[in-house]
Design a protein around this ligand. Sequence first.
Ligand SMILES: [Mn+2]
Length: 486
Amino acid sequence: MRPEEICDLRTALELLASTPGELVRTRVPVDPHAGLAAVYRRVGAGVPVKPPAPAGPAMLFENVKGYRIPVVAGVLGTRRRTALLLGAEPERVAFALLDALEHPVAPVAAETDPPCQEVVHRAPLDLRTLVPAPTNTRLDAGPYITMGLLRARDPDTGEADVTIHRLCVQGPDRLSVYFAPGRHIDVFRAKAEARGQALPLSISIGMDPAIYVAACFEPPATPLGFDELAVAGGLRRRPVRLARCVTQPVEAVADAEIVIEGEILPGERIREDVQTNTGYSMPEFPGYMGVAQPELPVIRVTAVTHRRDPVLQTIVGPGLEHTNLAGIPTEASILQMAERSMPGRVRNVYCHPAGGGKYLAIVQFRKAEPRDEGRQRQAALAAFAAFPELKHVILVDDDVDLFNTDEVLWAMTTRYQGDASTVFIPGVRCHPLDPSQSPAFSPSIRAPGISCKTIFDCTVPWAMRDAFRRAEFDDADPRQFLPEGL
Ligand SMILES: [Mn+2]
């Protein structure tokens, strides 16, 4: 099994199963209500889930109490595993994604009999018994479909978009959907609603990891009207296959494990925690409980289709899996913007788990000549332009390993002076799920989701570079001194 042979979730799991330490299976019965996520948290969720939450393997729960369908969590739960599945080195996976972004391959219609429609359930149906959607914590508003890829079309132009959104099971054939501000499918929804029309959509669950990662690109890298499935096609150098839905005029991913078909109802809203009244939604990517939204759009489900013996794919909310999903496309977006404005200067970018892949980017900059002094801060501004939800940029030189937090903090300790090396850009729209981005935190913040973007410039001033040479050791090949296999 090789990465380029991956075409769906099953082949991805096959590759992981053949790689030591990347996938564990269990037949021990697990409760989807707060049980499955509790176990995976201790196995592989990672930062910023409250410790103990180590990084670890993906996990296939084959016996989910009350259901026939197994659930897999953590498929993209480490950077190494994500890179393996995408056929790249962990330090270079964003470059592979950037190449795909610049060489997209449009999706195609599958011939007859798409796998995702091997089994068809039409209304009346009950999502609550069909789909083992986990409830991640006891405070959650209900069971959530967390790895559902929505696909819909612009009612004006017909252009398609795919995005992952949190979906709460609110009844036998009802889901609520939360759109962070500005999301493209929400733009389509608003256009349809203004005409009094429903928005047809599909929700594809359990797919080739390339599709999930590509779908997490946001504007300006993928502007409104850009079908992110074409980036997945670029990554695999073969088009994603689409299937016409059986009850809606829209397509789904033909090789998905499970597809939910439905429509967003015009003029209808639901309180997200109407079933529990807890005030919370589910654990969100910054590591805190999401606040239940007072008025969310409602999806009426018209069919559930799936492959024979399907697997439901899930993410527990925050953790390394979210960081990889959101962060690697963000790295590619920043690399693209920086490369266009200052070729060769930004050597690499790492969207650190502390920010869930969205809030914190470490940018490695190479100063090659005197007039590069100051351009590192220009690179940070380019990063903010490339990804509007970014909050902090840490700039480091190219002799610092940006993937090693100890190295980055060393640079912040010995190559940084708080008053001279910090740049504040207050009052900028950022992201509402960070609780510090709130007027209650500071009078400088006018509305939730506004923030002080900050550049931490931990690069050596060009004129002082001789004072900052790292101690030079001889290079040696240590293998002959070490036991076999170390
Ligand atoms: Mn989009």
